[in-house]
Design a binder for this molecule. Structure first.
Ligand SMILES: Cc1ncc(C[n+]2csc(CCOP(=O)(O)OP(=O)(O)O)c2C)c(N)n1
Length: 214
């Protein structure tokens, strides 16, 4: 994913490519090595890749390493790879939506500042590009449990966790009341935001680099 995203950004100075990387995907050899690809992004000649590492704790239905190391270790790991990581973590859709919007905006300001400095001075130093670490539950906003078994935040949320909604009216009701309600709320607020704030210029809502202060 990251190498494909960089392929789009190379020689394309006006492009910013957001690349969402799963924590399981990040354990595969090709992706694990491609975190180093920031060394090849030239701030004058190329565009930028904004990686969003999605920590949901599972690769399919097995635990992931990156979701189980400490916050400090994770931050040090990505700083060591040459990124500046920003964290968006939680499970409440409304506050996560706000935190993500503020963080993306902050990253855009960072990217523009870095590019303007390099392009004005003509000095292509290697910057520490921003990246986002987004920690959510696996199957976030799915029903909490199905048939007495835990679903949201657990390995059962993978693939088709409620296969029989067409035939089972109780499950259809659970899906409608939990999952679809939250999805509609999030989509509704996204839609409302894009209509009322096409470009947000105020950076006062910028997130802390490390919200837990670790
Ligand atoms: C290049 C490549 N390597 C390996 C796989 C096998 N594979 C399928 S899904 C997966 C992990 C998925 O984990 P994650 O990215 O965290 O997604 P999630 O479990 O959250 O859906 C892997 C390694 C693949 N599809 N492609």
């Amino acid at each position: 994913m990251l190498s494909h995203a960089c392929r789009a950004a190379f020689d394309n100075p006006d492009l910013i490519v957001a690349a969402v990387v799963g924590d399981g995907e990040s354990e595969t050899g090709p992706l694990a090595t491609s975190w180093h690809i920031n060394k090849f992004l030239n701030p004058i000649r190329d565009g930028v890749v904004l990686p969003v590492l999605h920590l949901n704790g599972y690769k399919i239905n097995n635990p992931t390493l990156l979701a189980r190391i400490s916050h400090r270790e994770l931050e040090n790991l990505f700083s060591g790879y040459g990124w500046t990581p920003y964290f968006v973590e939680g499970s409440d859709p409304d506050s996560m939506h706000q935190a993500m919007a503020a963080t993306v905006e902050h990253c855009m300001f960072d990217i523009q500042r870095i590019q303007q400095e390099a392009r004005k001075s003509g000095l292509a130093k290697r910057p520490s590009w921003p990246m986002i670490v987004m920690r959510t539950l696996k199957g976030w906003t799915a029903p909490t449990e199905v048939g007495g078994h835990r679903l949201e935040g657990f390995w059962r949320a993978h693939q088709v966790p409620m296969a029989d909604v067409k035939k089972n009216p109780e499950r259809l009701k659970a899906l409608e009341s939990d999952g679809l309600r939250v999805a509609r709320a999030v989509l509704g607020s996204l839609h409302a935001d894009t209509r009322s704030h096409p470009v947000a210029a105020d950076s006062s809502n910028r997130p802390a680099r490390d919200p837990r202060g670790c």
